[in-house]
Design a protein around this ligand. Structure first.
Ligand code: IPE
Ligand code: IPE
Ligand code: MG
Length: 228
């Protein structure tokens, strides 16, 4: 079964290696990676993608040196503020995916502003997976469902308590930087997603990669357990 690529989810990996290969600091790689994310979002929207999920920071990324974590948090805060006008002008809607607890007030207020001021937009939805872990999302969903008095925790019930239950599951999960793993990304939502691994490091991605991804997806044969 051939379907349209409606929801693309990206594990944006390889910023550090990109910088080190150029004799730069890892933080320079993150800066370049953030610029790539803005460009890729524009290309994805132009190509008709309706949902874009970007893995920005995992619940495991706190293990990194404090300097790198602080740089990244500053980059998220300034990135949301600096790009908010153009994000809004393009009609993008921003959603947060992940755990609020652990994020600083600065990050949360910039993020909340981006979410609330774009809430009525009708263009592409961008889910920012920030302080995100698939296990963490499932554990929080179980707690919320139990608090709401759900008696049976079936998977379909649980799905209603995920962070953004209105967002459809990803059609295609892709990872830059060559590693072949999901690193906790969208554990429950990925059950029938197509998966693709690309060697190109994240800061080197451009619109040709979006075209390649769309064309790779169109070659996939999705059967969802059936025969056709
Ligand atoms: C991805 O790039 C960005 C984040 C995880 C925040 P990395 O920082 O993991 O880059 P590599 O994998 O070390 O090259
Ligand atoms: C995954 O990349 C998380 C993000 C891209 C935000 P990592 O670089 O943290 O993943 P591992 O450590 O290689 O699995
Ligand atoms: Mg990495």
């Amino acid at each position: 079964m051939k379907g349209k690529l409606d929801h693309l989810a990206i594990i944006m990996d390889g910023n550090g290696r990109w910088a080190l290969q150029r004799g730069l600091r890892r933080s320079d790689g993150h800066k370049a990676g953030a610029e790539t994310a803005v460009r890729i979002a524009e290309h994805a929207s132009e190509r008709g993608i309706r949902f874009l999920t970007l893995y920005c920071f995992s619940t495991e990324n706190w293990k990194r040196p404090i300097e790198e974590v602080s740089f990244l948090m500053g980059l998220f805060t300034s990135g949301f503020r600096e790009n908010l006008k153009s994000i809004s002008a393009k009609g993008f809607r921003i959603l947060h995916l992940g755990r609020r607890q652990g994020l600083s007030d600065n990050v949360l207020s910039a993020l909340d502003e981006a979410v609330s001021s774009t809430a009525m937009n009708t263009g592409m939805t961008i889910q920012l997976a920030l302080n995100y872990g698939g296990e963490d999302e499932i554990e929080r969903a179980i707690s919320s469902a139990a608090e709401a008095g759900e008696k049976t925790l079936s998977c379909s019930t649980l799905m209603r308590y995920l962070d953004n239950p209105e967002v459809p599951p990803p059609d295609f999960i892709v990872r830059s930087g060559g590693e072949k793993r999901l690193s906790g990304f969208l554990l429950l939502q990925s059950s029938y997603a197509e998966i693709g691994f690309y060697d190109k490091l994240w800061p080197d991605w451009d619109e040709n990669m979006i075209d390649k991804i769309i064309s790779d997806f169109q070659k996939r044969d999705r059967r969802f357990g059936g025969l056709v």
